[in-house]
Design a protein around this ligand. Structure first.
Ligand code: GLU
Length: 430
């Protein structure tokens, strides 16, 4: 399933050596196989299984008539709502002038890399598109190496080591937590230490907090609290609001980086013009929040936490190393304990590993290679999202307590994920 070097005939085209993004490729491929009657466990694309909250859907319906082009920076009332949201949820109180809206945070990230001339520092492993974006623009990527012992999250020391070889060089560091592809997050102390290094080296931190609301305990902290003057907070509707396909992302800047917001806005006006009007009106409702959205979020967190921890345990018991998740809906699997056994099956890299798993079990996961890991490092990302989020959310809304989301709940509403993981563990130990 994972794409090998020679892609399908009709995709036999690359742009600057790049093929279609791995996440989107695997999704389209899985859907195609499914429509041809194949059983696929879709753990490839990281898409929220939950529906968009009803009140936000209603707002979209009510605003379907909105047809005018909106300002390139975004609808004023939405920018106000986003600023207010960060003030209430993260204790970072900026104004609407500090916020820009885009058709997905992915597009805003691309434009940021375009308008800022510095190197891009990204950790291994990290989300599939950061590095290709830098590559398209021609920015230099510097990889921050991580270790298994630290759950593959980079540390302040590792960042410092990379920055020390050229003091005060212009750089953007991309920080992403709860992490895609690892599912773990930083502690307050770790964030403070990273903030101190960033301040010392005058780094720009692009803090990708798109999974912040999906911290399983609802305890996400923005690093902007400790390094406000250099941090851009990236967020959007895709993950916590279950609205990936709506394409709405937000960047929030400190006043000291206002010039970058203005530069992105110029680029926006010459490229996407403005983000879809009805979606922006609906997003106001999402960012303003309310008890219905809070309830929705708690249910999503409980389900993801129970499911993520259950399958992490099942994988660990089978000797596949994976950290227990703190947030989002990913597990990062390390199959290196099986290196010799896999070599006997002619599996030498993560792409072949994921292809064999898919061909022999129907389980679709993405190879570590797509996240910047060395090919021979036998790692993979599993997105535990292949279940009916509408049914699960509905069932959870009838329960009062987190404790009631138990094994029998998972068996009833998330069986596809449990079954897929079972096939995977049987495969590796067979
Ligand atoms: N962020 C999601 C993922 O990592 C999908 C969206 C995308 O890659 O554009 O699977």
């Amino acid at each position: 399933m994972a794409r090998k070097n020679s892609p399908d005939i009709n995709l036999n085209l690359n742009v600057r050596g790049l093929y279609q993004s791995a996440t989107l490729y695997i999704n389209e491929k899985c859907n195609e196989l499914e429509s041809n009657g194949k059983l696929v466990y879709k753990f490839g694309l990281g898409q929220s299984p939950f529906p968009v909250p009803q009140s936000v859907v209603e707002e979209l319906k009510a605003n379907a008539y909105q047809k005018n082009y909106l300002p390139s920076k975004g609808l004023k009332i939405l920018r106000e709502a986003v600023a207010e949201y960060h003030c209430i949820h993260n204790g970072i109180c900026y104004t609407s002038d500090d916020v820009i809206i885009g058709p997905g945070s992915k597009e805003l990230m691309f434009l940021l890399q375009y308008v800022y001339y510095g190197d891009i520092l990204i950790q291994k492993p990290s989300w599939v598109s950061y590095s290709p974006q830098a590559h398209i623009i021609g920015r230099q990527v510097r990889w921050i190496c991580t270790t298994r012992n630290n759950n593959w999250l980079f540390t302040a020391e590792e960042l410092e080591a990379l920055c020390n070889n050229d003091y005060l060089k212009p750089r953007i560091v991309i920080l992403n937590y709860p992490s895609n592809p690892i599912g773990v997050t930083y502690t307050k102390d770790q964030l403070k230490k990273i903030a101190a290094v960033a301040r010392r080296h005058k780094l720009i931190l692009l803090s990708d907090e798109i999974y912040g609301e999906l911290h399983h305990k609802g305890e996400h902290i923005s690093i902007a609290k400790y390094y406000g003057e250099g941090t851009i907070i990236s967020s959007g509707l895709s993950k916590w609001c279950g609205a990936g396909g709506w394409r709405l992302g937000t960047f929030t800047f400190p006043e000291s980086l206002r010039w970058l917001l203005e530069a992105i806005s110029v680029m926006a006006s010459e490229t996407f013009t403005s983000t879809s009007a009805p979606i922006q009106y609906a997003a106001v409702r999402a960012f303003k929040g309310g008890s219905d959205i809070e309830n929705y979020l708690w249910r999503a967190r409980w389900i993801l936490s129970k499911l993520g921890n259950t399958i992490a345990k099942n994988l660990q018991v089978a000797n596949i190393v994976t950290p227990n998740p703190d947030g989002a809906f990913y597990l990062f699997l390390d199959f290196n304990n099986f290196k010799n056994k896999l070599q006997e099956k002619n599996i030498f890299n993560s792409t072949d590993l994921c292809s064999s798993i898919h061909d022999e079990t129907g389980v679709a996961i993405l190879p570590g290679e797509a996240f910047g890991m060395k090919p021979g490092d036998l790692t993979a990302r599993l997105a535990y999202v292949d279940f009916d989020g509408v049914a699960a959310m509905k069932a959870a809304s009838k329960l009062n307590m987190k404790e009631q989301i138990d094994d029998s709940f998972l068996k009833k509403y998330c069986s596809n994920v449990l079954n897929g993981v079972k096939l995977l563990t049987d495969w590796i130990n067979n």
